[in-house]
Design a protein around this ligand. Sequence first.
Ligand code: PLP
Length: 382
Amino acid sequence: MNKELEVESRCIHLSEDDKQSRYGSISFPIYQTATFAHPGLGQSTGYDYSRVQNPTREHLEKVVASLENGIDAIAFSTGMAAITTVLDLFKPGDHIIADRDLYGGTTRLFNSICEKNLIEFTYIDFSTDNPADYLKSNTKAFFIETPTNPMMNITDIRWCADVAHENGAILIVDNTFMSPYLQNPLDLGADIVVHSGTKYLSGHNDTLAGFAIVKDEKLSEDLRYIYKTSGANLSPFDSWLVLRGIQTLAVRMDRAQENALELAKWLENRKGPVVRVVYPGLESHPGHELQLKQARGYGAMLTFEVDSYESVKHILENTRIIQYAESLGGTETLLTYPLTQTHADVDPKELEKNGITKGTLRMSVGIENIKDLIADLDQAIG
Ligand SMILES: *Cc1c(COP(=O)(O)O)cnc(C)c1O
């Protein structure tokens, strides 16, 4: 891996990249092929069939492995495909301790598919509860997000990894909200990092992708075996789109984060229906200090609460450049209503425990001019 370059440069260059073998082409070619001819009996070019490996996808995987300081990154068709494959490492009777405030689709996967396959879950708030109190003899993994979605709770990754390892379990971290530019859980002891590559890595809301990154040969082998068998691969063209998106990851994250901090401060001071702002960059956030201990920034996701459903409706119907849509991590600012969108399938009791109310709105802050964002939100709040 390309450790000698800084992260901004590693978004763009791999040191071992041999451009001569592809006529000096600056943009990595899209090898739009399902299969590869063998030079002779028992011989291979290194590629046999694109479900197993494809040069475009492999190049992307090397870039992502380098950004997360892993030995292997596997590129999936979606973030959920990556998480599903990681969960395929476990067998009936295994127990996993998971955060209570996860991406809604992950909770749905655990509840409806993994439980049917007899994997057991215990849900806790890793930012306040001690996972050691919930261990069972069959506990095999912890699954966390930090910051969590949408309540932005911050969990100490190194501490979680230590508790997991002392008890024979592994730590899996969904690092989507931070992106590898801001946080590298493998360096803090995590065993597997997953990403929805649909979000900051692609960065333009134009493709779906997912990643699982590891630093251990055995986990890499096990995941690759499931991957080539179940086949949720990223296509060559989508691999190329993600490669292109990653080239600007650092500058996009910097600008989006700058905007998010300004917006969070502005919202905190905005009179009217705004009752609470949750953003790790604010000093009022309980995880503010821990965040900077383990990450290089606060990210660009923020959550705020308004006083009523009527206020939510008013805001969502009146913004002009800020759009009401699911997803995050793109250049454009989006507002999400977790109750009916990302978290529609989560048990209402769980939502209440996590502090998600009728007035909770999540914002993925984009890279527009901050003055336009504030003006838009101001007139929409009314
Ligand atoms: C979007 C998202 C996922 C799922 O990823 P897809 O690419 O939509 O399948 C998983 N985790 C988090 C934190 C997400 O935001």
